[in-house]
Design a protein around this ligand. Structure first.
Ligand SMILES: Nc1ncnc2c1ncn2[C@@H]1O[C@H](COP(=O)(O)OP(=O)(O)OP(=O)(O)O)[C@@H](O)[C@H]1O
Ligand SMILES: [Mg+2]
Length: 288
């Protein structure tokens, strides 16, 4: 059988005395959407930062296998090589677009490296050497392809900062897709979205999963997104794994329900409704 795309083994990340991630092992399989969930401060973003080379883990291994069989130990690689060689792309918890550039320009900047190579590093590009034009046309085509998918073509010439929030999120995702990643890591893409935007996001992610070679690792608090689109869910609490399985398994796991009872009081009911635990909601109601 195919080796899993991502194998995180005994990953530990300490900040001074704080253990942000403690002995975490999990896998993300090719062609799947794997969700990483857990209460605030559980260590989810830190896992992303280790996978993408922003942090050097205190201990552990992050084994990555591309579709062509090439293998990488991500914890030993600098971030730019993780992007370029292993082909891991990410988005951030806070949107990082160029708000003053147009939507299309944001898509082209993402392909900057390819353009630079084709243009003989800028100077030749200025003279419009054929290779530059070629790459440029290709890049525009690729940008248009993904803008269509994200339902953003009609906004291509507008500044990215003028788009509604949900559209900006989708733009970030398709911008990352221009690099043709093997793994796309999304840090809370549904945060702050309204239900319609959340649905559009779900559709885009399902499309990526089904129609490209890109697998997805998703950090998300919005359970309507997580439960609907994930093939596999890993649950963290205080940097440790407390559950790992398919959505049906995880939503019924008492450890998960207990972990979510630890969230702010006003969020408890939403979370329980989202994970669909009617019995616990009933108990809460009678306890009032
Ligand atoms: N660079 C850092 N220096 C010190 N502590 C850090 C650093 N990065 C993260 N932490 C700590 O590690 C823990 C995990 O943080 P992390 O951001 O990974 O959580 P999270 O699960 O992404 O939370 P949220 O859902 O709020 O985004 C927190 O206690 C956080 O304060
Ligand atoms: Mg986070």
């Amino acid at each position: 059988m195919d080796k899993p795309l991502l194998q995180v083994q005994h990953l530990t990340m300490e900040f001074g005395g704080l253990v942000a991630i403690g002995d975490l092992s999990f896998e993300a399989r090719r062609g799947e959407i794997t969700a990483l969930i857990g209460p605030n401060g559980a260590g989810k973003t830190t896992v992303f930062n280790c996978i993408t080379g922003f942090y050097k883990p205190t201990k552990g291994m992050i084994h990555f296998t591309n579709h062509d069989g090439s293998e990488f130990l991500l914890e030993r690689m600098p971030d730019f090589q993780i992007t370029a060689k292993a082909k891991v792309a990410r988005t951030f918890q806070n949107i990082r677009l160029f708000p003053g550039l147009t939507v299309l320009e944001n898509m082209l900047v993402a392909q900057h490296n390819k353009l630079m190579k084709a243009s003989g590093f800028l100077v030749l590009g200025l003279f419009g050497i054929g290779g530059y034009r070629q790459a440029s046309a290709e890049s525009v085509e690729l940008a248009q392809y993904w803008l269509e998918k994200a339902d953003l073509m009609d906004r291509a010439d507008d500044p990215a900062g003028d788009l509604p929030y949900g559209a900006q999120r989708r733009l970030e995702i398709v911008r990352a897709m221009c690099a043709g990643p093997e793994l796309l890591c999304l840090d809370e893409p549904a945060a702050g979205l309204n239900p319609k935007e959340s649905l559009a996001l779900n559709e885009l992610l399902m499309d990526i999963r089904s129609n490209t070679g890109t697998s997805i690792l998703l950090i998300e608090h919005d359970m309507s997104v997580v439960m609907q689109i994930s093939d596999h869910i890993v649950v963290l609490e205080y940097g440790r794994k407390i559950s790992d399985g398919d959505p049906a398994f995880v939503r019924a796991d008492p450890r998960v329900i207990a972990a979510y009872l630890g969230v702010d009081d006003e969020e408890v009911e939403t979370v329980l409704t989202d994970v669909g635990d009617a019995k616990v909601i009933e108990q809460l109601d009678t306890a009032r």
